[in-house]
Design a protein around this ligand. Structure first.
Ligand code: PSU
Ligand code: MN
Length: 333
């Protein structure tokens, strides 16, 4: 599939920052960063500082950050300081999954992008590496609510490498891993044979493949391409260090209580994940937030190194041929 700038009703559906566009053109490493964690996953005003810190981590590893969000009906790939500030502070910022992108563009809405929307836009723009905290997945109440994050199906059909600390531990982790297997999404444990547990170093679940360096991740990406192109995602599951994880006993106790509260209040749909994350933060006196941030920082740093290893090993594969024609220039930076 390709969509072309000149014959599209929304000719500038994707707007790349000048810096991101230049990086892609010169095969310089770029890392996509999602914005839902900033707008809806972290408390204000710390969220803006975190957004800037994460971009700084990407830069310190020699890559270009591309935080992704929709502003006034335009999908932005790479935000300037004012854009980041809007994502972090504007109370009208919606939460946009992949399916929300078209209505948001058509109506001129603004919103932060989840993993599903960010991965979609990043791949369309020609980016291959993406960092986040924890993926969405199958919720523990699935048999009653059928709540499975759109992240999973989108990753099943998007060729992007996602560095994350596993899936959020508020989810049914074994069920989510089963779905990833069914959907054909590759999972690599980074330096571990266990799937990470987001706030926790380990979820206790095994992974089938372990890699130990950014170069090894890049080799797997090249092998995807050698097999005819990455048409599903590669998850690099990077655990938070044991020294920075949430106390597992505290985690289990507080999570059980938060899940009860969520059920009692009848919270459903897009509000479930932000509710649970916020509840955990309050009931652990901020300890879950620190573990979440430690995980995200580690993922962003690793993603930048993976992007570097990948552009070094496949210098002409840095841009996706379909993505580039759908993009335009925003005149910043
Ligand atoms: N990782 C975090 N914090 C978050 C999220 C991920 O550390 O807030 C967001 C991501 O944007 C992910 C979303 O896509 O939570 C999942 O929401 P849902 O379960 O409603 O699909
Ligand atoms: Mn959901």
């Amino acid at each position: 599939m390709s969509f072309n700038a000149s014959d599209d009703a929304h000719p500038h559906a994707l707007v790349l920052s000048t810096e991101v566009r230049a990086a892609l053109a010169t095969h310089h490493p770029v890392v996509a960063l999602e914005s839902t964690i900033i707008a809806h996953g972290l408390p204000r005003p710390r969220n803006l500082r975190v957004a800037e810190e994460l971009e700084g981590i990407v830069r310190s590893e020699g890559a270009v950050p591309a935080t992704i969000a929709v502003l006034d009906g335009r999908a932005r790939i790479g935000l300037d300081r004012a854009g980041l500030e809007r994502v972090a502070t504007d109370p009208a910022m919606r939460k946009l999954g992949h399916r929300d992108l078209a209505p948001a563009l058509a109506t001129g809405a603004s919103g932060a992008t989840t993993v599903s929307a960010t991965a979609f836009l990043a791949a369309r723009a020609g980016l291959r590496v993406f960092a986040t905290g924890g993926l969405g997945g199958v919720h523990r109440e699935w048999t009653r609510t059928q709540d499975e994050s759109a992240d999973l199906r989108l990753l099943a059909r998007t060729g992007i490498t996602v560095v994350c600390a596993g899936v959020k531990s508020i989810l049914d982790v074994p069920a989510t891993l089963q779905r990833l297997e069914t959907l054909g999404v590759g999972v690599l444990g980074y330096g571990t044979g266990r799937f990470p547990g987001f706030y926790l170093h380990s979820s206790g679940e095994p992974v089938d493949w372990t890699v130990r360096t950014p170069e090894e991740v890049a080799e797997v990406m090249r092998a995807q391409d050698a097999l005819g192109g990455a048409d599903s995602a590669l998850i690099v599951a990077n655990p938070v260090p044991v020294s920075e994880q949430l106390d597992p006993e505290l985690h289990d106790r507080v999570l059980a209580e938060a899940l009860d509260a969520c059920r009692e209040r009848g919270i459903v749909g897009q509000s479930v994940t932000p509710f649970l994350l916020e509840r955990l933060m309050r009931r652990t006196a901020g300890a879950s937030l620190e573990a979440n941030l430690a995980a995200v920082r580690g993922n962003v740093s690793l993603a930048a190194r993976v992007a570097g290893a990948w552009t070094a090993s496949a210098p002409n594969a840095a841009a996706h041929p379909n993505g580039r024609s759908a993009t335009s220039h925003d005149g910043t930076r």
